[in-house]
Design a binder for this molecule. Structure first.
Ligand code: E4P
Length: 220
């Protein structure tokens, strides 16, 4: 399973990359705004900075909601760097745009996916990645991981090449559960990725090893 980080924060991207486990980055307009990035040129420049930090796919989302606007914006984003993946919302125009981008060899990430039906449409349009929002499904008391499982099953049955990119991940457990059901990729905040490191028995065991080592050193 590939690991993407879900942020536009350069320091956090660098930190995850330095751990040696990072395969790519996803952003969205809210994450860009959170970093205080605004204005068309600043946003484009920021995507280039991210691409220079990470050797892997970087999802950059279109703001347009109409087909022509999505195509114009997506082409400009794709020109920025070879690792840019154009992120397109799950709408009728979005599906048409994904079909077009696929025909042009431009990689896409279909976002704001909440059902298996939407996942089938995106795969038929040739999306490179599909982003079902696990956390937001859980928020309305449905089962986000079960949605990932259902989509992975359907894609495998029909041999769809679209990769299931579990998004809206909130916890380390979300990451493990998505791995269990066969998600191809998870995109998670640094807090959830770093949370995978933690186990109290690791901390207790390490403290004991270091204490024993120190005692042995004193007695020599
Ligand atoms: C993917 O890139 C999505 O935009 C993102 O994971 C959404 O996460 P949220 O539901 O925590 O906002």
């Amino acid at each position: 399973m590939k690991f993407f980080i879900d942020t536009a924060n350069l320091a956090q991207i660098q930190e995850a990359y330095d751990m040696g486990i990072l395969d790519g980055v996803t952003t969205n307009p809210s994450l860009m705004a959170k970093e205080g990035i605004s204005g068309e040129q600043n946003i484009l420049d920021h995507y280039v900075k991210i691409c220079k930090l990470v050797h892997g796919p970087v999802s950059a989302e279109v703001i347009s909601t109409d087909y022509e606007g999505m195509i114009k914006e997506g082409k400009a984003l794709a020109r920025l760097h070879e690792n840019i993946v154009v992120k397109v919302p799950m709408t009728k125009d979005g599906i048409k745009a994904i079909k077009y981008f696929t025909s042009q060899g431009i990689k896409t990430n279909c976002t704001l996916v909440f059902s298996a039906g939407q996942a089938i449409l995106a795969a038929k349009a040739g999306a490179t990645y599909l982003s079902p929002f696990v956390g937001r499904v859980d928020d309305i008391n449905w089962d986000g991981v079960q949605l990932i499982q259902q989509i992975v099953h359907i894609y495998a049955m029909y041999g769809y090449q679209t990769q299931v990119l579990a998004a809206s991940i909130r916890t380390p457990l979300h990451i493990v559960k998505c791995a269990e059901v066969g998600a191809h990729v998870v995109t998670a905040p640094l807090s959830a990725i770093a949370g995978l490191l933690k186990h109290p028995l690791t901390d207790i065991g390490l403290a004991q090893f270091l204490a024993d080592h120190a005692k042995a050193a004193q007695s020599n």
